[in-house]
Design a protein around this ligand. Sequence first.
Ligand code: GLA
Length: 734
Amino acid sequence: MAIIYDNNTRTLTLHTEHSTYQMQADKYDYLLHLYYGRRTEGCMEYLLDFADRGMSGSPYDAGSDRTYSLDALPQEFPVQGTGDFRSPMLVVRASNGAFGCDPKYTGHEIVRGKYSLEGLPAVYADDDEAETLKVFLRDDRLGLDVTLLYGVLPSLDIITRSVIVTNNGDDNLIVQRLGTACIDFAGGDYDMITFCGRHAMERIPERQYVSRGAHVIGSRRGASSHQYNPFVILTDRDTTEEAGRCWSMQFVYSGGFSAEAERDQYGQTRLQMGLSGEKFAYPLHPGESLTAPEVIMCYSNSGIEALSHSHHKCLRDHVCRGKYKDSARPVLINSWEASYFDFTGESIIRLASEAAELGIDMLVLDDGWFGTRDDDLRGLGDWNANEDKLGCSLAELIAGVNKAGVRFGIWMEPEMVNEDSELYQMHPDWALAVPGKKPVRGRYQLVLDLSRKEVRDWMYEQITSVLDQGNIEYLKWDYNRSIADVYSQTAEFQGRVMHDYMLGLYDVLERLFVRYPDLLIEGCSGGGGRFDAGMLYYTPQIWCSDNTDAIDRLLIQYGTSYGYPSCTVGAHVSACPNHQTGRTVPFATRAAVAMSGTFGYELDPARLTDEERLSIRSQLEEFRKDEELRRTGLYYRLTDPAKDICAAWAHVAEDGSRAIVTAVLQNKHGNMTNMYFRIRGLKQGAFYKVSCSLADEEDRVLPADALMEAGIRVPRVLNEYDCAVWHLEICDRM
Ligand code: GLA
């Protein structure tokens, strides 16, 4: 049993293989958080510190007991209104304007399997892989019922959380804030690691000490955002990749969010994650419910890499769905950096023929094939092929590409509209805009109001009518601006629009998933502006960044790897000088970096040298040979590319039988010092045949323990931006 209730202590304990989580319904029926850490038995009530809390308040039920204060006690679901002045998970306002609620424990239920959430993406698992705990809280005065949901996946050390609030009273309530997960740490001294950035430089790790006050990241942009990823880690101050305690939260949601680590007056730390409170005020009429999107949590006492491995497995096996969940993804050639808006049907067929000749699987026709879109000023919303530009119909183009020998994929940005489009002329009110206020434009476009059903139905029909025109096996789903103006023409209450927009998006994506189970959708948002576990439920890969420069990608993919597995990371080889940075990087390095993601090309092979074209063939061969190892192996960050000259990482088969280690030299200096990096994840005591991609490095048989203890030597022949790739295979000692 992963979930246990002890009637004597009124504790609920959740066990995974290596962790334990415990809560307790106390004498006043408040639900206190007792423990989240390494696996243990017993009751952790002894950790509670009942001291005279002076100026902190006490609940009425506690009478004159000043040692009982919810301002100081660790809680499972802290709400506003109980005298806890730290950041609450729930803020409710009644119709008379009064704030506050006071939900108390009323019971619980333990069920086999993993709960699912209506209308929202969530971790799924077979009944023998997971258990669910439902804890019921009730505020009698308001008639407000709160169900706390916990999903336990023991073998992955994963615990998920969600919350459903239901108005079973007769007042019209407004939910002003709803968090999903909260962990109160009664003691300790922590760092918080967040993944921050900007367009073309996403998810760069940042580690900071959690001092007094609230350390908050999040997104108010209507998308999870380039700027802050909805994945955070709390660690002890000395925790490293390989050792130490750490806790994580990952939001299964693609819209606005907030994540916060708050250190309070008593040195306690509250970590929480949930919906953004910005422009949020969700009406809850009698009988209505609101569900908080899911948070995936993990604990490790063996460093951050173990945490990453759990999240990787959870996303790969329990969030991603469909045909490509467990199979090789097609190697793509994407037309964007090959020709931007400047193409014809003929040039696309030529690109397809070249791709076929090189052995590439699929051509993706990016932006510019529809409406009057020859630049990014116009056309979004008009999803009819521009036959004048293509010189043929879309159906003919698809057939031509297939005939040339590759599969066909297409780009759409369904959530958007340009003012210069037929759609906007017909339905200006379908764009989100505040009446009387000139809307903020982003890339010259406005956002369609997906909170409206008729807009979603129209969108679904547009997408299906494109997809039904031929053998389209891939869709790149783009989203290239933030939501600035929040006003829906039909919403009874504007505070619900941001969240209803996301529910609307998920509704359309789900309908498409049901209708096209074999379609591969790649998410995208100006590159990686919506790279989150919510999108991965519908799109098993996401274009990681618009920055295809292999050297910048070292850091971007390094940061991304903390929370997300390689198989979700869209990565392509592009031309040099690179279009975003102007940098020139060896072809082999560009390929080695892209192979750590979904792999593909984003260039025009006709502009390559014969030698480069030949190397594409060998790159494809190399990629396909080890595709499964890269997709399913455990990922190890061997160095930190923000600090170390040599960026190195490894994919290691879970049974330790094989590994691929990649290293890129980011800088060259005169008279270089010796450089080594340690490999991890190999089988102790074993020997490995080690072959290096560099011509003058001989194959050797080397001991795993030395490779993990002293490391591998970075070859001196490497020049700036060169790479070396080692293949390791377990073997007999020679
Ligand atoms: C975004 C995407 C790019 C490309 C362009 C097309 O920037 O991230 O990959 O599809 O849009 O306009």
